[in-house]
Design a protein around this ligand. Structure first.
Ligand code: KG4
Ligand code: ZN
Length: 337
């Protein structure tokens, strides 16, 4: 079964064709980075307008890269939530119209579940596992019992992990997009140059939650001295020290979940899963089976949407034409104390 998957939740206009949930026949990602760069962040109005202009071209290219025409597609899927409403509406409406015109099954998928599925485009992973979902909008540590069944153990109580990278990069004028720029600078820096506070480990209900506001404030506190001529603080050292603390925060919660649940398989997903420090540190853990998406599948893409949709279709699950986009992540089951 060949599924065409559309992803327009934020600033990537992405379309892919995936066969049977795994074989990627094409994967087109048209990035809007140059459109948002001068604002140092995604401007929703600009994003949705660009999606409207690009979506037809992206779909045509995904079909032609796969050597197919619209008549050879067996199902259509699109991200329905969470994301920017205007951006989501473009991909979702386009996907519905395509499916309706061809009399094909249609499914709206959850962006975060699709991120968690991305490593399974490479190989199947046995459930249950622990998920580390880290993107620009969300930070979720969860237990996954199936591709669509997760229990949220922890989340962020303020900024998302990627958002913290983006905000620090923006304050220091490091460049855009922030996560990648900080990661690249950090590779050349000394992570012990600055000692930033690790957010304190919460107890009870918040055992697996993270917080980035204190760290962000502490890092930005160094800005005046960084700006002085001849200052000792280099971009590389600030980036490396911040990156280490930001990622160690996530790892401390994840390892706590491993200890408490006894689950030793860990799956990472989302834009921050591309982080070099995170990938290196988790790879050192011999006692864990760790799965990351390949780098091109960490960020937003249509392949993860088409891939996960196949599993819904295989169960006979489709959505009606009335499914609407939502900015909310979903009512995932939250861990009971
Ligand atoms: O999943 P994604 O592409 O879009 C959302 O769903 O939000 O994630 C984007 C986020 C941005 O905040 C970006 O700065 C961050 O992922 N990011 C990174 C890296 N590459 C992208 N953060 C840390 N290290 C990276 N290498
Ligand atoms: Zn994403």
């Amino acid at each position: 079964m060949r599924i065409l998957g559309i992803e327009t939740s934020c600033d990537e206009c992405a379309v892919a064709v995936v066969e049977d949930g795994r074989r990627i026949l094409s994967n087109v990602v048209m990035t809007q980075i140059p459109l948002h760069e001068r604002y140092q962040g995604v401007v929703p109005e600009i994003a949705s307008r660009a999606h409207i202009e690009w979506i037809m071209g992206a779909v045509k290219r995904a079909l032609s890269d796969a050597g197919l025409d619209a008549g050879s597609i067996d199902g259509v899927a699109a991200t329905a939530r969470p994301g920017l409403i205007g951006s989501l509406a473009v991909g979702l409406s386009f996907a519905k119209a395509l499916a309706w015109s061809r009399n094909l099954p249609f499914k709206g998928v959850n962006h975060m579940l699709a991120h968690l599925y991305a490593p399974q485009l490479v190989e199947p992973i046995e459930y249950p596992f622990l998920g580390l979902l880290v993107s620009g909008g969300h930070t979720i540590i969860c237990r996954a019992d199936d591709f669509d069944k997760i229990t949220v153990l922890g989340t962020t109580i303020d900024d998302a992990a990627g958002e913290a990278f983006d905000k620090v990069a923006k304050s220091y004028g490091f460049g855009y997009p922030g996560g990648l720029v900080i990661d690249q600078l950090a590779e050349k820096g000394d992570e012990r140059a600055f000692r930033f506070p690790l957010p304190s480990l919460h107890k009870g209900e918040h055992r697996y939650d993270v917080s980035y506001s204190g760290l962000k404030t502490a890092v930005i506190h160094h800005l005046p001295s960084y700006l002085q001529p001849g200052a000792a603080a280099s971009p590389e050292n600030i980036a490396a020290s911040f990156r280490k603390t930001a990622i160690e925060t996530l790892l401390s919660r994840l390892y706590r979940a491993v200890r408490d649940t006894g689950i030793r398989t860990v799956v990472a997903g989302g834009g921050v899963a591309a982080n070099a420090y995170l990938r290196r540190e988790l790879a050192k853990k011999d006692e864990l089976r760790v799965y990351f998406p390949p780098l091109p599948l960490c960020g937003d893409n249509g392949a993860m949407v088409a891939g996960i949709a196949w599993h819904y279709f295989a169960r006979g699950e489709t959505d009606g034409w009335d499914i609407a986009p939502s900015s909310r992540v979903m009512d995932f089951k939250r861990r009971q104390e």
